[in-house]
Design a protein around this ligand. Structure first.
Ligand code: PXG
Length: 455
């Protein structure tokens, strides 16, 4: 039966990343409220949100103190901008606080409205940085296939999603893509660390092919999220850092998903021991309570752009006071409840141990997890890491539907199941998540077998 909300939605709401005709045949799932790690739909189903919304609700749902902080800020000053030589208290306080939390070499921040905006800012800032130093030809940003950096023209161009490029004539000029460090899917018989080195060295090959005088920067997600939680081999990031240093090109770590404790460090750059020049952030910054993004800026970049006149760039909602208030409240919670070290030393290791055991399931070719971000590769033949013979994503989609039916939000990217729960998840809730994931794998195995997908 179609509910009123479903009918209104089908009649007028165009959803992001959605086949509209297909959705409207069955109707949207209507989520009406949330508490802790659970969301509730309008029929009253309670569902464990294993994705923290869209990778963002780090501190969990139902945090009245964030709501109160935002309400207080909106009563005091609901809006003012940071253009024309003005600021306001929450912007100044948040900038100082982020600089304190950020890796040592980063002491400045530019505020945006989202992760996509942050990456647009990055493209403009990187090119402005080199042009300001008399090198306007240093324009090319090297990214990776299967990267996700957002949905604006620049974000989608930096991203390495072929389907997105196909719509709208992307990428924009001077953005190129090398291969990703996806050992499970593309590593063949190579040792993971050798494969990681080989994939990192594609950066050097590309720089030499283009000419270093043309190359401005390299961008990567420390762990690819939307691409299927691709955790690179341990050898990968240190080699990328070495190459960026050698050729003096800027290193951009897109920490929109991995920032604010997801890996058990404040930033995944610290987990991998790299020193980025620019760091786009969003999601966990406000735990999704309000939209906000940011770009952390290293001293190297700041010293140039701060001393070369006006940078003609900014958004109406850069440093929105209410979003700043939400971020400050989220940072209070992360610090007071020590959620980052909890992911590193307590709930993270517990969940990893249980998650990695799912690899024993006959349908699972690999289980991987860092901090509280993980993936499960589904395969009809785990020993060979073989893909299914049906179209990629067919079995993954069955998995996602089964997972919802079992009361767990676990997503699929192709035939990889992915998970990224709130950092506040309890031991009991981890057990529930794992049990539901196990049942989902059983159900999916059954269905795939019935349909002949395991032959
Ligand atoms: N960078 C990264 C690494 C992201 O994951 C963005 C930038 C863009 O952020 P905004 O706030 O503009 O969405 C993202 C966003 C998915 C999915 O299906 C992932 C994202 C967004 C929507 C869907 O996993 N990540």
């Amino acid at each position: 039966m179609t509910t009123v909300y479903q009918a209104q939605d089908a009649a007028h709401h165009v959803h992001p990343f959605t086949d509209t005709a297909q959705l409207n045949q069955k109707g949207s799932r209507v989520i009406t409220r949330a508490e802790g790690v659970y969301i509730y739909d309008e029929a009253g189903h309670k569902i464990l949100d294993g994705m923290a919304g869209l990778w963002c609700v780090g501190v969990g749902y139902g945090r009245d103190e964030i709501v109160d902080a935002v309400a207080a800020q909106m009563r005091e000053l609901p809006y003012y901008n940071a253009f024309f030589q003005t600021t306001h208290p929450p912007a100044a306080i948040l900038a100082e606080r982020l600089a304190r939390l950020a890796p040592q070499q980063m002491n400045h921040v530019f505020f945006t409205g989202s992760g996509s905006d942050a990456n647009d800012t990055v493209v403009r800032m990187v090119r402005h940085y080199w042009a300001s130093q008399g090198q306007p030809d240093k324009q090319v940003i090297i990214s990776r296939k299967n990267a996700y950096h957002g949905s604006t023209m620049a974000g989608a161009s930096l991203g390495g999603m072929g389907a997105m490029h196909g719509q709208g004539g992307l990428p924009i000029p001077n953005i190129v893509h090398i291969n990703q460090p996806y050992w499970y899917g593309e590593g063949g018989t190579q040792d993971p660390n050798e494969f990681g080195l080989a994939r990192a060295r594609e950066l050097e090959t590309k720089i030499l092919e283009l000419g270093v005088e043309k190359v401005a920067a390299f961008i990567g997600e420390p762990i690819q999220g939307a691409g299927g939680v691709v955790i690179p081999p341990a050898s990968y990031w240190s080699e990328i850092q070495r190459i960026c240093d050698k050729y003096q090109i800027l290193l951009i770590a897109d920490e929109v998903i991995t920032g604010f404790g997801r890996t058990g460090e404040w930033f995944a750059s610290q987990y991998y021991g790299i020193k980025p020049d620019l760091m786009p952030l969003a999601k966990g910054l406000t735990s999704g309570y309000l939209p906000m993004g940011a770009v952390l800026i290293s001293d190297r970049v700041f010293d140039v752009i701060a001393n070369h006149g006006e940078f003609y760039h900014g958004y109406t909602y850069s440093a929105h006071p209410a979003a700043c208030a939400a971020a400050l409240s989220v940072l209070d919670i992360l610090e007071r409840e020590q959620l980052v070290t909890r992911v590193k030393n307590d709930i993270g290791p517990y969940m990893q141990e249980r998650w990695l055991k799912l690899a024993e399931h006959p349908l699972v070719g690999q289980a991987r997890m860092v901090g509280l971000i993980g993936g499960l590769e589904l395969s009809p033949n785990k020993a060979q890491r073989e893909p299914f013979k049906v179209e990629r994503g067919t079995v993954g989609l069955i998995g996602r539907e089964n997972s919802f039916a079992n009361g767990l939000v676990m997503r699929h990217v192709g035939d990889t199941m992915i998970i990224s729960p709130p950092l506040t998840i309890s031991y009991r809730e981890v057990d529930e998540l794992i049990n539901k994931a196990q049942k989902t794998l059983d159900d999916t195995y059954q269905k795939a077998a019935t349909l002949g997908y395991l032959d």
